[in-house]
Design a protein around this ligand. Structure first.
Ligand SMILES: [Fe+2]
Length: 190
């Protein structure tokens, strides 16, 4: 069983072609933002320290397994980049995290941020450091698929990378990160 940081490190190793720009981005995120300690939500899935990192690693690992079965021609690199960056906007900005500890729920939203949707902030944070393909931008921006009304415009225009990310994200959030679903599956196995 690997620790969270070992899993994260192994995923980062899979980025080879854009290694130096990717590592510059990750070093910036790790040192200047809440990337390594941010929760994934205020009160839903993984609303605890390092929840965002755990979710991002779950999505990346699931996505790589899906693409190996379905579309091995897509690179591990693209999968790791879009999966690790899809919810990056949740970190907020340097010195102004999106989630603050405490309040009615484990975390509350920081009102000291200009409203940007999570995927738009993800792109905003990433692009100064790393070049992304059109397909990678589509996957990140529309990763919530038809769960979000804003995304109606992408309907039936999704690239394979977008579909893989959407499914890996849904699977991680609704199954891997849902304790009652996991124990139900364990019961079916025994
Ligand atoms: Fe997500």
């Amino acid at each position: 069983m690997h620790t969270m940081m070992e899993r994260y490190k192994m995923l980062k190793e899979k980025v080879v072609e854009r290694r130096s720009s990717f590592m510059n981005l990750m070093n910036y995120l790790e040192s200047e933002t809440d990337w390594l300690k941010s929760p994934a939500s205020t009160r839903f899935h993984l609303s605890r320290e390092q929840g965002l990192l755990e979710h991002s690693c779950n999505v990346a690992e699931t996505m790589i397994r899906l693409k190996e079965a379905l579309t091995p021609e897509i690179t591990d690199e693209s999968c790791v980049i879009v999966a690790l960056l899809h919810d990056l906007g949740k970190v907020g900005m340097p010195g102004r995290p999106q989630y603050l500890k405490g309040g009615k729920y484990p975390y509350t939203y920081n009102r000291d941020l200009t409203y940007l949707s999570v995927p738009i902030r993800s792109i905003y944070l990433a692009l100064p450091y790393i070049e992304l393909s059109e397909e990678e931008v589509q996957a990140i921006v529309y990763h919530d698929g038809q769960y979000v009304d804003d995304n109606a415009s992408v309907a039936r225009k999704e690239e394979p990378l977008t579909l893989l990310l959407q499914y890996a994200d849904t699977w991680s959030g609704f199954v891997l990160e849902n304790e009652s679903k996991i124990s139900k599956l364990a019961g079916m196995r025994s």
